[in-house]
Write a protein that binds this ligand. Structure first.
Ligand code: UGA
Length: 450
């Protein structure tokens, strides 16, 4: 059954969700106030890099299942579901999440909201936000708005895949609101049926109360962040004791209760989600008088940020005085297959080294436009060999495939000193060593590794 939906806010989450909804066969109206983004999307262009998404957008535009507009209209007012996908960034100077874009989104929606339509929040929010939004909406509409929460678990780089074939679908509904639950089931029925390639009938559809559904997302990201910081804490111990974190992670990860994913140590997590989500969680917990419960997330954050400092101190150890030393940073994005520079560990390290006087050259297959626009003090060079010319230190900051597969011999011929810090434990270090490189890998003891 094709359903008409609006998707409000077409950033990373919204644009992907809009395309995914259209791929499921629904009629989608994307609403985005930013004229530049809007024009791009109308023209079949995704304003950021996400593998496969642009092709899918072109497909659904051609099929006539998606259209875009800058604000609500009588047409969008007829939608059955309105998805809220605006951002909830960290407030400057505070740990808290800024939910003002959500307030603005519901205020703009209120005059167009019909009694039967469901408002489905997807943004990551502090627990309790949905309730506030419902009250705010209902005050303006004069009727009890139907509000559900439907957190999103997509990862950048595999966003469409994660949306069309999710591990689970979570819906938070108010007690007794069976109508909203029914509509949300209908929205996701193609996935549950197996039409998108998920095993038919096997994608869990979890219905719960609204507060729990808000918390599911924050808890999931906090757990993932904790897992990464755990292994990075082990890396600190390994560095102090001569042990090898990669072998350690391999061994503990084989215990199914622990699991091997998200145990890759290195320069830590970044991006627009994990760092700000753990901080917003701490802020909300404190507001709730339950700050102690997630106090440990401050340590998770601190361990994560220490990894960046570790690379800076390794650079100092290797080069002595940093002033004027040419350093090549391989990668700017917070992870491969993304051009997202938000809270990127690679970029943060590059900026710190530059601040300390080093002459930093940075390269990235997709992220350089953003670097050039926002960080002109760094030399952004597209071609890796050109970027490497004369480098006294090479740092792998983002493990793009092209960097993992670099020809260490060719690179050795253009640098002026063959030292590499593998910030992601992603380089085939033996091949690099054979090509004459001194390889420093975070949390590893390469003499003993095999
Ligand atoms: C994260 C979650 O994984 C998604 O489930 C969630 O939907 C999303 O946030 C969100 O809230 O929207 P994402 O930020 O795209 O997704 O990226 P991740 O794959 O989680 O990676 C985050 C960071 O952790 C990256 O900087 C990555 O390099 C780092 N990482 C990841 C490690 O350092 N080690 C690992 O083992 C795994």
């Amino acid at each position: 059954m094709a359903i008409t939906v609006t998707v409000i806010g077409l950033g990373y989450l919204g644009a992907t969700h809009a395309v995914a909804m259209a791929e499921l066969g629904h009629n989608v109206i994307g609403i985005e106030a930013d004229e530049k983004k809007l024009a791009a999307l109308k023209g079949g262009k995704i304003p950021f890099y996400e593998p496969g998404l642009e092709e899918a957008l072109k497909r659904v535009i051609a099929a006539g299942r998606i259209s875009f507009q800058s604000s609500h209209s009588d047409k969008s007012a007829k939608a059955d579901v309105h998805f809220l996908c605006v951002g909830t960034p960290q407030v400057k100077g505070s740990y808290a999440a800024d939910v003002s874009y959500l307030y603005a989104a519901v205020d703009a929606l209120a005059p167009y909201l019909s009694k039967s339509a469901v408002v489905a929040g997807k943004s990551t929010v502090p627990v309790g936000t949905a309730k506030e939004l419902k009250e705010r909406l209902s005050e303006q509409t004069g009727f009890a708005a139907k509000l559900v929460w439907n957190p999103e678990f997509l990862r950048e780089g595999t966003a469409l895949e994660d949306s069309l074939r999710p591990d689970r679908i979570v819906i938070g509904v108010e007690e007794g609101d069976s109508e909203s639950e029914k509509i949300m089931r209908a929205v996701y029925q193609p996935i549950i049926n197996g039409d998108t390639g998920s095993p038919a009938g096997q994608t869990p559809f979890l219905v719960m109360d609204v507060a729990t559904s808000e918390l599911v997302k924050v808890a999931a990201n906090s757990f993932l962040a904790t897992k990464i910081s755990f292994i990075n804490a082990m890396a600190e111990i390994a560095e102090a004791s001569g042990a090898d974190t990669v072998r350690l992670a391999e061994a503990i990860g084989m215990d199914a209760r622990i699991g091997s994913q998200f145990l890759r140590n290195g320069i830590g997590f970044g991006g627009g989600c994990l760092p700000k989500d753990i901080r917003a969680f701490v802020a909300r917990a404190e507001q709730l008088g339950a700050g102690e419960a997630v106090e440990f997330l401050k340590d998770v954050d601190a361990v994560n940020l220490r990894r960046r400092e570790r690379v800076v101190s390794l650079a100092k150890r290797e080069l002595g005085e940093l002033k004027g030393k040419r350093i090549l940073m391989l990668g700017a994005a917070f992870k491969p297959d993304s051009d997202d520079l938000r809270d990127s560990p690679a970029l943060a390290i590059a900026l710190k080294l530059q601040e300390l006087g080093a002459d930093v050259v940075i390269t990235d297959p997709m992220g350089l436009e953003g670097v050039a626009a926002n960080h002109p003090q760094l030399k952004a060079v597209e071609d890796v060999m050109e970027a490497a010319a004369g480098a006294e230190l090479v740092i792998l900051g983002t493990e793009w495939k092209v960097y993992r597969e670099l020809d260490a011999k060719k690179l050795a011929a253009v640098v002026s000193n063959k030292t590499v810090i593998d910030g992601r434990n992603a380089l085939p270090y033996r091949a690099w060593q054979e090509a004459g490189w001194k390889v420093i890998a975070l949390g590893r003891n390469l003499e003993q590794a095999n």
